[in-house]
Structure formats: C-alpha cells, structure tokens
Design a binder for this molecule. Structure first.
Ligand code: NAD
Ligand code: TYD
Length: 351
C-alpha cells in the first residue's frame, strides 16, 4: 500500500481517486482537514476497502510513526501543505509550521521507519515530495523555462516554505540515503480546487454575478496543467524516477491571467448563456511581490520518464467549468463562513 498525505485537498484527492481507478495499491490517506481539506472530495471512495482515511498532522511524528508501523507502505507521497500565496502574505506562520516543520517531522518519521526495513524493502521504498515551480522565483518574458538545475529563488512566504521543505528532502537523500523523488509542478486546475485560487474563484464569482478580481494588469503568466495530468506524472515518476532526482512538470500551456479569465467567461457564455461574464472583469490592487512569469522546461521528464500532458488548456478548462456547473452543491458547501471572511479580508479594500 501507499501513504498519501494531504489527500483530502485538491490535488491529493484527485491523485487518490485516479490512483485507485488505475489499479494502484490501497491508500492510507493522512490529512489534517484544514480549511482546504474536505472529505466530500473523497465521497466516491466511501465504503471502499482500498481507502483508509486518517485525520492527523504530518507534523505529529509519533502518530506518523504509528501509521507507518501499522501499514508498512512501500511509498509516501507528500501533498500536505498550506498552499495559497495570498494567505501566506496575510499569515506566514502556518506555512512555516506545516510546510517546513511538518515536512521535517514527516521525513524524520519516514527515515526511522525506512532505516529499520529489510534490505529489499529499503531499496524499493520511495518518498515523493510534491513541490511547485514557484520555488524558482520569477522569469523575464523571453527567458527559457525553469529547468531542474535552475537555482531556487523563492519570492513569497509560500514558495520560501516549499523551498525549505524541498531542501530537507534533498538532504534526507544526500545524507541518509532515503530514496526521495521531488516533482516541481506548474499551476494546476480542475475539479475540486478550493475557490480561493484563480480559476475556481473566477468560475464561482462569475456564476454569482460578482466582480472577477484581476490583480494589477493581469499580464502575469502561468503554465497551466490539468490536475489529472499532474496525477499521471506523479504516478510515472514514482514508477520510473531515479532516487535523489528532481523532475519539473508543466502543461505546455503558458498564458497571461487575463486570457485565462476571458477563456472562462467564453466557456461560461456557451455553457450557461444569459449574462455578460466578461463585463465582470475588474482590475484590483496587485499582489505584493507578485511573480511575473513561471514556465517549465519539460525536457527531463519527457526524456527520462516518458511523460507528457494529455489535455490542452482548451480541453481542460472546458472540463473544469463543466465540473463546477455540475457540482454546485460542492461549491456551495466549501463556501463556509471561514471562506467568506477570507474573501472579505483579501478583496474588500477597507482591509
Ligand atoms: P490544497 O490546499 O487543496 O490541499 C492541501 C491539503 O493538505 C488539504 O487537504 C489540507 O487539509 C492538508 N493539510 C494541510 N496541512 C496539513 C498537515 N499539517 N497535516 C496533514 N494534512 C495537512 O492544496 P493542493 O493544491 O492540492 O496542493 C497539494 C500539494 O501540491 C501542495 O504540496 C502544493 O504545494 C503542491 N502544488 C500545488 C500546485 C497547485 O497549482 N495547486 C502546483 C504545484 C504544486
Ligand atoms: P493563484 O491561483 O493564487 O496561484 P499562484 O499564485 O500560486 O500562481 O494565482 C494564479 C495567478 O492569478 C497569479 O498570477 C495571481 C492571479 N490572481 C488574480 O489575478 N486574482 C485573484 O483573485 C487570484 C486568486 C489570483
């Protein structure tokens, strides 16, 4: 079996569902259920003996050690993290706690467990760290995409905390020989993404007839990857990646934010006509320290892992909008009081 952390969040739940659908081993899913974790994301697995959910903190070394001893997973895939850049600007503490200290505690528990395994199991074991391209900082408009050799230069408290955790993963390989893999992935989108991130926020606001808040000039560029492609990349790296290596994963879909928002409006106009969605676009104050451009050089993962994304932005965004239209109850259920207070803190100018 495998241990997935953060598997009630956006990417972790998609990964767990896809992994089991692809015939993968049973999953033990450790998640703290913070504001972005939601058991509703795993509803399709209710009663499925191949999935066991455990509510807990990756930073609780003793509990993680117990789980490892009980289930003896052959791999750990670490998705658990605080993930929203804007929240890291308002309150970086939680990012240090989970992303830096939590990952460190998790690694220590895993290392102790791995050290005691019989030699065949030790060699086959993998710890996969799910990281982000944001650790590389920002790119000039014409610069080549981030390669695995690009120096880390994080600019937000979020990316700084992810960078720190990646360094501990690297050190666990180099110093102790723990068979680690690290993936640095570009921006994901798709079903079950919490509506604080650009794409689901825009879909939710557009459906509610609320303004679509574009930071600054909206010309910041991201490389968008449909979530099931990220999940297939992680499965491929877990199967074929070399211990100690880093793999950058992207969607070959660089686009300025304004184009992303306009595309969402166009898909909505087709799927749910009757409102001028594009008229809701509103430019708001820019994010402090806002990275201008991210892009991935996918050469290594393509050559070594033989992985490529299968969705284009056009196909992926159509599926994504459709999912949010078909899952209005999910969207409703995650817009809690906590969510409303985040939205007013972040978007109401009085703050
Ligand atoms: P998310 O915020 O939707 O989910 C995070 C999950 O982690 C939640 O279920 C939450 O409850 C859980 N969690 C938080 N703190 C925890 C703790 N201390 N112990 C156990 N569980 C905890 O995030 P996501 O978008 O699914 O991101 C998952 C991973 O992928 C993160 O590590 C993130 O850095 C990375 N990543 C995300 C993107 C993206 O575009 N979303 C891109 C590249 C990499
Ligand atoms: P986000 O989804 O927060 O991902 P990240 O900051 O990790 O790339 O934001 C994606 C881009 O969209 C980023 O350039 C910031 C911008 N953005 C807005 O313009 N308005 C918004 O309300 C949000 C949440 C993001």
């Amino acid at each position: 079996m495998i241990l997935v952390t953060g598997g009630a969040g956006f990417i972790g739940s998609n990964f767990t569902l896809d992994w089991l659908a692809a015939g993968g081993e049973p999953v033990v899913n450790l998640d703290l259920l913070t504001y972005s974790g939601n058991l509703g994301n795993l509803e399709a697995l209710r009663g499925d003996a191949r999935h066991r959910f455990v509510r807990g903190d990756i930073g609780d070394r003793a509990s993680v050690a117990k789980l490892l001893a009980e289930h003896r997973p052959r791999a750990v895939v670490n998705f658990a993290a605080e993930t929203h850049v804007d929240r890291s600007i308002h309150g970086p503490d939680a990012f240090v706690k989970t992303n830096v200290l939590g990952t460190f505690e998790l690694l220590e528990a895993v290392r102790a467990h791995w050290t005691a395994l019989p030699s065949g199991e030790r060699e086959a074991f993998r710890f996969l760290q799910v990281s982000t391209d944001e650790v590389y900082g920002t790119l000039a408009p014409d610069a080549p995409g981030f390669a695995e050799t690009t120096p880390y230069a994080p600019n937000s408290p979020y990316s700084a905390s992810k960078a720190a955790s990646d360094h501990f993963v690297r050190a666990a390989f180099h110093t102790f020989g723990l068979p680690t893999l690290t993936t640095n992935c570009s921006n994901n989108y798709g079903p079950r993404q919490f509506p604080e991130k650009l794409i689901p926020l825009m879909i939710a606001n557009a459906l509610a007839g609320k303004p679509l808040p574009v930071y600054g000039d909206g010309m910041q560029v991201r490389d968008w990857l449909y979530v099931s492609d990220h999940c297939s990349a992680i499965r491929a790296v877990l199967a074929r990646g070399r211990p100690g290596e880093v793999y950058n994963i992207g969607g070959n879909a660089e686009m300025p934010n304004l184009d992303v928002v306009r595309t969402i409006c166009a898909v909505l106009a087709r799927e749910r006509p009757g409102r001028d969605y594009a008229a809701l676009v509103t430019h708001v104050k820019d994010r402090p320290g806002h990275d201008r451009r991210y892009a991935i050089d996918p050469t290594k993962v393509r050559r070594e892992i033989r992985w490529e994304p299968s969705e284009t932005f056009t196909s992926g965004i159509a599926k994504t909008v459709r999912w949010y239209l078909d899952n209005a109850a999910w969207l409703d259920s995650v817009q809690t009081r906590e969510y409303q207070s985040w939205i007013s803190l972040q978007y109401e100018p009085a703050h």
